[in-house]
Design a protein around this ligand. Sequence first.
Ligand SMILES: *Cc1c(COP(=O)(O)O)cnc(C)c1O
Length: 387
Amino acid sequence: MKDTETTPEHIPFNKPVLSGRETDNILSAIKNGQLAGDGVFTRSCESKLRGLIGCGDALLTHSCTAALEMSALLLGLGPGDEVIMPSFTFVSTANAVVLRGATPVFVDIRPDTLNIDESLVEQAITEKTRAIMVVHYAGVVCEMREILRIAERHGLEVIEDAAQALTSTYEGRPAGSFGALSCFSFHETKNIMSGEGGCLGVNDEKFLQQAEIIREKGTNRKNFFRGLVDKYTWMDVGSSYIPGELIAAFLGAQLDEIGAIQSERLEAWQRYASAAESLADRFGLELPKIPENVQHNAHLYYVLAPSAETRDSLIQEMRKRNVTTPFHYVPLHLSPAGQRYCRSGGQLAVTEDRSARLLRLPMYPGVKDVQDEILSHFEASLEALNV
Ligand SMILES: *Cc1c(COP(=O)(O)O)cnc(C)c1O
């Protein structure tokens, strides 16, 4: 028998949640008999995503990483080219550029949203700069009005790494509808997931046909099935970026539940925010700030501890209490590959400071059942540290 007094349930950081219709969808995909990609489930996911993202077109991919790689191919990036991005991001944002032989140039983040600081972008632009890759951290959309203005002034493309930002909006417009291309993730840790999965949003029509070719191993197979060409052939460089129908069947079931999933997450986020408010002054915590013109999607809830040491001890204290509260990105400019392949386009002091003080609280639909417990462990941990 389990003794919950002495061995409390471990509370994970993330728990993948099912809508309940995943299995039915997968069985019906199997019955349909088309298991390769671009079948009925893929088409229906893409149409739902077009609606959610408000993008010109949406193409399912294996991952956000794949969508980012496609973006780098579509831009025709090569050696000598530079792409501006934050150092405070996941490795895939930079890898996509480095794989083309081009150079990521890091710009610091804003102290409030931890998104790329738009006021520092312009001074990092050189004659080699080709694009700005923005990352909507925690599902909070970057200051897109200013970023689009800078891009237009300098003739640069804007790519959105919107991996965390499905359904977030900026001035009423959805994340993923701003850049020429936008990249989403359906990894298990994201709000809507298919284990691994992703999507490329195409807003600039000039990229659409090429995107279809790159995604289909460099062939015009998609136009062949549309009856536009009588045989398909190798047209350009490309790769295999099309997920199979089983993934799309699973994803479709998740997308059908997006309303319920989002409202549970937003409720949990709000509950964290009000509880943290009363702890902030007492323990010197800084809390996430959401700009007035942004509606976020409750992808994650983080707090900033007063110092790096406190943050590390806090994670330990929470672990002792069986709750996983991980830190997040190690700034890319401090990593071995970052030092080899990238360069900094200015000071990265805010990136270094914030990344060292940040920790994330468990976030998933259903976390509400243990949220009181998490919050009381959190308060006890802060007290134990006597910060
Ligand atoms: C999750 C994530 C990715 C990678 O997504 P995959 O689908 O796992 O490739 C890229 N960028 C950001 C900002 C992410 O959060």
